[in-house]
Structure formats: structure tokens, C-alpha cells
Design a binder for this molecule. Structure first.
Ligand code: ZN
Length: 506
């Protein structure tokens, strides 16, 4: 058999429609990798690209790898970046023709400036080049809003099955197995997409609660695959609610061999499950004063209290510079506490200029959108430590992948240690503290900007976890956010009864 020629590409971006567009430089500094540089960079990682490369080696495929863009959530992908990535993908596909198959790692929640459905555009761009017969298998983050264009352009869709996401590599391996079967002519897969009448569901796909909606839905999905050999993959997506797009919300993508009506019925069953469980959110968010009171009531013991802030989570497109939570902590300080982190390039630069041991008066954080999450904190800060801000994930989240805070410092105020960085980062890996000389097991409290992803690394060392909502741009309850493009009616924007009627549930 002649060697199979496979295109493997990765463009991951989760875009918060309510945040400022992310320019090309945002992506470049987090690592846009092209062509032959991809294999050495991603080979040692447990990312999707790492999985594609491993599968290619195992199967003896000739892989063309035009572009890999790791995920660094922010506002919509800027127009220049969108055009650059789309063109790199399309030109890579064209240059690699004739192709036997395509592996495409997308996020599924990529909005670009001027394009609500960037993921659909990426997939369709490849489809236009390879033609209708070459199988395209797409991997997704489950926090994705799957468009019809994306589902139609792909032959198969498979999203991570864990949240926190610790199965990027396994998902890529699964995608490669589907692609192999399709290229061998064993199956002719196509995607049957069902989308529910709601903006979020499946408990945001959290698999940490053992009996939560996500685990139960995944169990149903595995049962569907086991019961019918023509059902190849049942992929669940919770939606990404901070995207103001028509295709927002939970979906089920049934990848099946053929076009029987029973496949669409499976999707309908799963989105009905999402509807029935729509109020079952296993994470309860406190406002900041309630969170501080809850922390004071926790008995002393080993391990840190981990306080997570949904309101300014860079993983949800938060700016990472909101100050409401930090201000509360400085007003009622817990000595030795760690705050990770505040993105403030000017403060980081000032700390580097002043040096370790210096004391600075700063207006820290709160510069980007003070109306969301609080304005600058004016106080004196002592420089404890400086860093270049480079870290390598130890996992369980994408082990081996390099991340960047940019030039950074640890500042001290009221006995609280504050990591101040040039760029915002979701805090989800213990190395993000260790590079600053902080042993994550040691502080009495670690306050972090992250929604759920931190649990994979932090839950094992935490005494307890408290979740709060500080009013930043990644807020789940922000009343100032206005959705103008989502399809209507939809839950929770429209009354339950109207939505249920529209869905045929009443
Ligand atoms: Zn996600």
C-alpha cells in the first residue's frame, strides 16, 4: 500500500466576544509554530499535535504540518491573525496535495474579527482544497459552539471527554484511529449535529463531580457507541457562553457510518438531557465578600485554601488584571497568601527596573476595563523576586508545553505575595508558582484567576476549594453583557416556557 499522506494542523482559540480583539502578536508570543519546527516542538508534548505526530509515526503516515497555534484564550482573534492562520492552513493543504486524510485540532469557540465562525472557516478552507472524498477528522475542546458549517465540513468530530482537560493526546489518538478507518474505506463517516435551545449545558462538561451531569452524559454517549457499531463517536460539547454568535450553546455531534435517521435521534436524546439538566451547575459561585467570609470560617489545617475567580479568568477571555478580589484580600489580609496573578506590563517592568528588595508605589492592575472587575490598586509594593515568566507545564494539563507570563515579578503588600506578569495566563499548573520560588503546598491561601481547569493540578494539594465571582469580563452572571447575535429564543435569556415550547419539550 502506498504511504498515506495526511495533513495535521492545530489552531486553538477560545474567544470571549466581550473582550478586546487579540492581535497577531498575542498568538505569536504564546508560540505559533510552522512547518518542520512543529515535530520537534510538539513531539514531546501531550497536546493534540503531540497525539497526531505519535499516530503518524505509528501508522507510517507522511505528515504535512503547516501550522500549530496553541490555545491562549482572549478576545476575538484579530483580523490579521485570522487571515494569517487561515492562509497558512490552506496553503499547507494545497502544497501537500494529493492528501489521503486530514487531522484538524480546533477549539470550536473561535470568533474572529468580522467572522463569527472562524472554526467553520478553517475546516471549510481545507474541505475546499481536498474535495468531498478526503476524510477530515476534527478534534475540539468541549467548550465549543459547533456551527453547521463545521459539522458539514468534517467527517468526524471528537471533543475532549474530561474537564479539566487532561485528555488532549488521547482525543487526538481517537481522531487518528477514526481517520485510519476512513482512509482504509472501512467506514464513510459523517457528522449528525444536534444543538439544544440553551446557551450552556452539561454542567460545562465538568468531570470532577462523580455523579455530575457531564459524567452521566458521557456514560450515555459511551453506551450509544457500544450499542451500535455504526455509531463511531458521540462527542459532547457544553458550549462557550461568552461568545455572541448564532451557534452558541451545547451540542451533541454523532459521528456515524452513514445517514440513518437513528443517528439524529441519538443527538436529540442527548440535547434533551442537556435541557433537563440545565439548572444542574455543580459549581456554586460566591460574591467576593461571601468568599472572604467563607475562607475565614475554614478551620486551620494542612494544604492551601484555593480560591478561584470566575470573573476574571484568562481561560475564559478575562484580562487577568481585574482587582476586586485582590483588593478584598489586601483589605483583610491573610499573611503568606499568594495571589496569582495580575497582568500589568508597566508594573512588571517597574519591578525589574527597581530590582529585588526595592519598594515601589504602584497603581497595580485594573487598567484594561476598570468597569469590569475593579480599577487600579494604589499602594506600596516590595519586590521579592523577578522572573522571565517562562514555564513548562508539568501537567496533568498539556505536560511538556511551554507557557509564558512574560517578564514578571513577585510583589509583597500586607504580607500577601502577588505574582505580577506582563501577560495574562490561566493558572492551572503548579509550575506557574514554582518558577516564582513558591512551593504550592506552603501558603495558607492561593487565590487564582481560573474557572475549572486548575482542579487537575490544585485539587490534590488543596485543603479546600472556594469559588467566587468578582465581576470581570469572563463573569458568568454579568448583567452588563448584552448578547445581540445569539439565536432566539434561548435559555436562559428567554423564559423557560417559551424555549421549551420552541424545542417541542412541552
Ligand atoms: Zn475547555
Amino acid at each position: 500500500m502506498p504511504e498515506r499522506r495526511v495533513l495535521a494542523a492545530m489552531i486553538l482559540h477560545e474567544a470571549n466576544s466581550f473582550a478586546a480583539p487579540a492581535p497577531l502578536a498575542h498568538f505569536e508570543r504564546q508560540g505559533v509554530v510552522r512547518g518542520d519546527a512543529i515535530a520537534p516542538r510538539f513531539g514531546p508534548t501531550r497536546t493534540e499535535m503531540g497525539g497526531f505526530l505519535a499516530a503518524g509515526t505509528e501508522q507510517g503516515w507522511s505528515l504535512a504540518t503547516p501550522i500549530a497555534v496553541p490555545c491562549s484564550p482572549a478576545g476575538p482573534m484579530g483580523a490579521e491573525a485570522f487571515a494569517a492562520f487561515r492562509d497558512a492552513l490552506a496553503e499547507g493543504a494545497r502544497a501537500a496535495m494529493p492528501l489521503d486524510g486530514v487531522l484538524l485540532a480546533l477549539h470550536g469557540a473561535c470568533v474572529a474579527e468580522g467572522e463569527d465562525d472562524a472554526d467553520g472557516v478553517f475546516a471549510q478552507a481545507v474541505r475546499d482544497i481536498v474535495g468531498p472524498e478526503v476524510p477530515i477528522v476534527v478534534t475540539l475542546d468541549p467548550h465549543s459552539n459547533v456551527s453547521d458549517r463545521l459539522a458539514n465540513a468534517a467527517n468526524a468530530i471528537t471533543a475532549y471527554r474530561t474537564h479539566p482537560h487532561i485528555d488532549h493526546f488521547e482525543t487526538a489518538t481517537r481522531a487518528a484511529a477514526i481517520l485510519r478507518r476512513a482512509m482504509d474505506g472501512e467506514i464513510r463517516p459523517r457528522v449528525h449535529l444536534a444543538r439544544s435551545f440553551q446557551m450552556r449545558g452539561f454542567d460545562s462538561t465538568r468531570t470532577t463531580p462523580p455523579d455530575g451531569p457531564a459524567r452521566r452524559a458521557q456514560a450515555i454517549a459511551r453506551g450509544m457507541e457500544a450499542a451500535d457499531p455504526a455509531v463511531i463517536e458521540v462527542s459532547l460539547q457544553s458550549g462557550f457562553v461568552l461568545a455572541d454568535v448564532p451557534h452558541v450553546g451545547p451540542s451533541a455531534a454523532i459521528t456515524a457510518d452513514g445517514d440513518e435517521p437513528r443517528f439524529a435521534a441519538l443527538g436529540a436524546q442527548l440535547v434533551r438531557f442537556a435541557w433537563d439538566e440545565r439548572d444542574n451547575d455543580t459549581v456554586k459561585l460566591l460574591d467576593v465578600p461571601a468568599a472572604m467570609a467563607a475562607i475565614r470560617a475554614i478551620p486551620a489545617g494542612p494544604g492551601p485554601i484555593v480560591l478561584s475567580d470566575f470573573g476574571d479568568a484568562p481561560g475564559g477571555g478575562g484580562y487577568g488584571d481585574a482587582t476586586n478580589l485582590l483588593r478584598a484580600l489586601l483589605d483583610d489580609p491573610i499573611p503568606g497568601a499568594v495571589f496569582a496573578s495580575i497582568a500589568d506590563p508597566a508594573a512588571a517592568a517597574a519591578a525589574h527596573a527597581a530590582g529585588v528588595g526595592a519598594t515601589l508605589r504602584l497603581a497595580l492592575g485594573g487598567h484594561v476595563a476598570p468597569q469590569h472587575g475593579g480599577g487600579p490598586i494604589e499602594a506600596a509594593f516590595r519586590v521579592l523576586r523577578l522572573s522571565d515568566g517562562v514555564f513548562v507545564h508539568e501537567g496533568p494539563y498539556t505536560p511538556g508545553q511551554t507557557g509564558q507570563f512574560g517578564r514578571s515579578a513577585v510583589l509583597e503588600c500586607q504580607g500577601v505575595r502577588i505574582i505580577v506578569s506582563t501577560w495574562q495566563r490561566n493558572i492551572l499548573d503548579l509550575q506557574q508558582l514554582r518558577i516564582f520560588g513558591i512551593d504550592p503546598a506552603e501558603p495558607p491561601l492561593i487565590a487564582i484567576k481560573c474557572m475549572d481547569a486548575f482542579r487537575a493540578a490544585f485539587a490534590p494539594i488543596a485543603r479546600t476549594i472556594v469559588t467566587c465571582e468578582s465581576g470581570g469580563v469572563s463573569s458568568r452572571v454579568h448583567t452588563s453583557l448584552t448578547w445581540s447575535k445569539v439565536r432566539r429564543p434561548i435559555w436562559p435569556l428567554d423564559p423557560d416556557a417559551v424555549v421549551a415550547q420552541a424545542a417541542g419539550y412541552t
